[in-house]
Ligand binder design. Structure first.
Ligand SMILES: Nc1ncnc2c1ncn2[C@@H]1O[C@H](COP(=O)(O)OP(=O)(O)OP(=O)(O)O)[C@@H](O)[C@H]1O
Ligand SMILES: [Mg+2]
Length: 407
């Protein structure tokens, strides 16, 4: 008899980007997928999900545990309990431990969530990363800045999307930031030495604590510069060729990071810097699939079903299909000068005419929508090409042609 594996997938809301991951499980053999949502996507019942359970707060470990118990009462034991959202990772770890389900524990999840704890572990293992201090008072932060020198970065210990993250150039700037942030023992701020260099990412698909496959991307410019400069259209590019010795060091460090923080399965998404002298330093690492269209692009450059690849690693502990890099890909995040609401998007026809055949996915800014404040802008274009130089030229063309206006 075939043993069905029950997978419970948790998310507050059934956004399209989130459901892509749940659908990856549904494409595996001998798997039943159950959804736990605040707003269950009832139209997916009998399609992606064998059954759905509604909860009030999907981030509450108690509610996750009781939802899983309700599913188990009808369908039997759970093989894996999972979800892709960053703030879900620790609650999922807590629930796994209480229910005796395999997968990352709360302790492991917390090491990836809490950037101060993360860097304590990384530094103890000799892995290069920014010097840091969890400041519980303004004096603490000022003393740290004296030690490491300006610029420094100040951020929430478990933030996302650059929110509340600032680069400070001088003691005056730091003092005025501290007057707003007011760090305290109850609400500490993470201070970090500023890492100079270009920023890149390293994605690893992990099972049984081993890296099965990896990918690399380049951020152009750094997300922090993109947020600070509201018209910059941020680009995330996956180069065609990552096989060379230029990336040997990040491969070594990436494997060390996964081992040190103790990820057993799933995606590790690490951000790292390359300094002018060629040396590298880890920015941060998350134990979940990457956002920013990076997951989709990782599938596109290898021409694989990346969502099923993630599901396969989590459920069967193996690589679904080999990652042979055949393409370069990039996402251009559409933004423009000004504030207010989107009034028009220029240059689309021209861009379509010249690079349309290499467009894999588009989300256009919606006229009338308020301008988004993040570096991911109001929409995006994903391009893919077999030739690196052609891809780069196409990216420049879109950057110079498509313009979003606001009023
Ligand atoms: N110590 C540092 N030195 C230089 N730049 C930094 C440093 N810390 C953060 N940054 C910049 O700020 C960005 C956001 O920081 P970080 O990744 O820690 O926070 P986040 O809110 O989790 O971001 P995201 O969700 O966008 O990955 C980084 O991508 C980087 O550009
Ligand atoms: Mg980050």
């Amino acid at each position: 008899m075939i043993r069905m594996r029950n997978i419970v997938f948790v998310a507050p809301f059934p956004m399209d980007a989130t459901l892509r991951f749940a659908k990856g499980f549904a494409r595996l053999e001998n798997v039943r997928v159950f959804g736990v949502f605040q707003k269950p996507p009832m139209s997916e019942r009998g399609r992606t999900f064998d059954d759905l359970v509604a909860v009030e707060d999907a981030l509450d470990p108690d509610e996750i545990v009781s939802a899983v118990r309700r599913i188990e009462a009808v369908y039997g034991p759970t093989h894996r309990l999972t979800g892709v959202l960053e703030p879900l990772q620790t609650p999922l770890g807590v629930a796994r431990e209480r229910l005796g389900i395999a997968g990352p524990s709360a302790e492991v999840a917390e090491r990836f969530r809490d950037k101060s704890l993360m860097k304590d572990h990384l530094r103890a293992a000799g892995i290069p990363c920014a010097r840091h201090r969890l400041a519980t008072s303004a004096e603490d932060a000022l003393a740290f800045a004296k030690e490491v020198g300006f610029p420094i970065v100040i951020k929430p210990p478990a933030g996302a999307g650059c929110r509340g993250t600032f680069r400070l150039e001088s003691e005056d700037e730091l003092r005025s930031a501290l007057a707003n942030i007011r760090p305290s023992p109850a609400k500490p701020s993470l201070c970090e030495e500023f890492l100079q260099g270009t920023e890149q990412s390293f994605e690893a698909l992990v099972a049984g604590g081993k890296i099965l496959a990896h990918s690399i991307s380049h951020y152009q410019p750094t997300p922090l510069e993109a947020v600070a400069t509201p018209w910059i259209q941020w680009v995330c590019m996956l180069p065609l060729d990552i096989a060379g010795p230029d990336y040997d060091e990040v491969r070594r460090v990436g494997a060390e990071v996964v081992r040190t923080l103790g990820l057993d399965d799933g995606f590790a998404h690490m951000e790292w810097f390359r300094r002018a002298d060629g040396s590298i330093a880890v920015g941060e690492v998350a134990a979940r699939p990457p956002g920013g269209q990076l997951t989709a692009m990782t599938g596109l450059v290898h021409d694989i079903d990346i969502y099923r690849a993630w599901a396969r690693a989590v459920v069967d502990g193996r690589l679904d299909a080999p990652w042979n890099r055949r393409y370069a890909a990039a996402t251009i995040f559409l933004r423009g000068v000004g504030r207010g609401h989107v009034t028009r998007i220029d240059g689309l026809d021209e861009a379509q005419r010249v690079v349309g055949k290499w467009v894999e996915e588009v989300k256009l800014p919606r006229v009338g929508a308020p301008k988004a404040d993040g570096y991911e802008g109001d929409g995006y274009v994903i391009l893919r090409h077999r030739d690196q130089a052609t891809l780069e030229a196409a990216v420049s063309f879109v950057l110079n042609t498509v313009r979003v206006s606001y009023a």
